[in-house]
Write a protein that binds this ligand. Structure first.
Ligand SMILES: [Zn+2]
Length: 431
């Protein structure tokens, strides 16, 4: 894969024999993009072979070979950079080894970039490793691979007694919620992640572990996040947890296993997005790690997975903003490849390739709060783009080998943090 850095200080003319443009990913031939100040300044079709000479304009001409299709970079709406997608235990043991952790995170970001992913949203870890990855890793550390943009949640907002101690240290009493969120905001998170349920049981159909926070608790999280201008993503499985999170006013439901149709309709009415994360369950079905005596051979995980997939079309047709997030980092879900696996699950749910591509580009950009920047080829947005061989509207497998990735770069802020030295962020500021 070729990484092409488009310097915001330079002008470019980018010619594509084929491109998927606009919010509907319209297939167009002989497209010429002009790029100025790091944004798409012009988009037009030109007669074949009639490229601008470039003389006088000062713009650098980049011409894509015939057979290549230009499209927006992919976006993964749910990952955990702190986890490696192989072993939870090994991942956590790496957290206290600065060097090992950093080189692993570099690998994860390289894998995402190589898969054509231009932006990721991290669902959190209790060490705020995702924030460090956003702020501390310079482009040059990634050996020529342009860093995907990272939308960080820092660590998850959760009750100490709830699921997910690896996702966030948690509060002991709901009264601490405002200070918890203020501390996250002060640390520079982009969104807030709240834990509204535990995990789906792979041993008993219909069971979801963990307790659901009280309505007032979830409402407090949303209220204080909003007050600070932060969107809220809710980890919620079980119909009751999803309903309660939607009623509290969250922006997106993550996972959403066992969500009923009326709940999905309520999400559509309230413009709450859905990131179904099928890949970790599909991986669970294939992974003997999860298949204990009860579930082995029972087909339970497959059933949960299939039912989840079946709801995709209903959700989409009901008007739910359907995103795509792999939960990369969960056992069996690798960074980069996980998103392609997730998209192939959508294809199993009989979604049209165009709908699947829209979920992983424009809808995800909206979910990440980046729709004014990326996710679509149109004037005014950043040229965060990829080129694939063939037509992804016909064949999603073209995405398995992304040929080129264009980016204006995401340089780290001046804030310097260590990867493993973040303990105390929450407690410290709550006194
Ligand atoms: Zn997750």
């Amino acid at each position: 894969m070729h990484s092409i850095y488009l310097s915001p200080g330079s002008s470019y003319c980018l010619y594509a024999p084929t491109a998927l443009t606009g919010p509907e990913l319209k297939l167009e031939n002989n497209i010429l993009l002009t790029i100025e100040n790091g944004r798409i300044a012009g988009l037009k079709t030109i007669p074949s072979g009639n490229l601008p000479g470039g003389a006088g304009s000062g713009a650098q001409l980049i011409k894509l070979d015939r057979g290549l299709t230009l499209m927006p970079s992919l976006i993964d709406a749910h990952v955990h950079l702190a986890l490696d997608g192989v072993s939870f235990k090994d991942s956590v043991s790496r957290w206290d080894n600065e060097e090992a952790l950093q080189s692993r995170i570099i690998k994860e970001l390289q894998a995402a970039a190589a898969a054509g992913i231009g932006a990721i949203r991290d669902g959190g870890d209790c060490r705020n490793i995702n924030l460090s990855a956003r702020d501390n890793l310079d482009e040059e550390r990634l050996s020529g691979i342009l860093k995907p943009r990272i939308i960080s949640t820092g660590e998850a907002v959760r009750s100490e007694n709830a699921y997910g101690s690896f996702l966030g240290r948690g509060y002991s009493k709901p009264v601490e919620i405002p200070a918890y969120i203020e501390a996250l905001h002060a640390a520079g998170v982009d969104q807030v992640k709240v834990i509204a349920s535990g995990l789906v049981s792979f041993n008993e159909y219909g069971r979801v572990e963990g307790k659901i926070p009280a309505p007032e608790e979830l409402e407090a999280v949303v209220f204080h996040a909003r007050r600070l201008g932060l969107k809220v993503m809710a980890h919620a499985s079980s119909d009751a947890a999803v309903k309660r999170a939607v009623q509290a006013g969250v922006d997106s439901i993550e996972h959403g296993y066992y969500a009923e149709k009326d709940t999905l309709q309520m999400m559509a009415e309230n413009q709450v997005a859905w990131v179904p994360t099928i890949a970790p369950v599909a991986a669970g079905a294939a992974n003997s790690l999860f298949n204990d005596e009860v579930s082995r051979g029972s087909g339970l995980i497959e059933k949960i997975c299939e039912e989840h997939i079946e709801k995709l079309r209903f959700a989409l047709h009901s008007g739910v903003i359907l995103g795509a997030g792999s939960d990369a980092g969960a056992p069996g879900v690798k960074h980069g490849a996980g998103l392609i696996a997730e998209m192939s699950m959508y294809a199993r749910g009989a979604l049209a390739n165009r709908s699947i591509l829209k979920a992983a580009t424009a809808a995800n950009a909206q979910i990440l709060g980046l729709d004014g920047d990326i996710g679509t080829i149109r004037c005014g947005l950043k040229p965060e783009l990829i080129a694939v061989r063939g037509n992804p509207l016909h064949d999603l497998a073209t995405l398995k080998q992304v040929q080129m990735r264009f980016s204006t770069g995401h340089f780290s802020s001046a804030v310097k943090r260590t990867f493993s030295g973040r303990a105390g962020l929450i407690q410290g500021s709550m006194g």
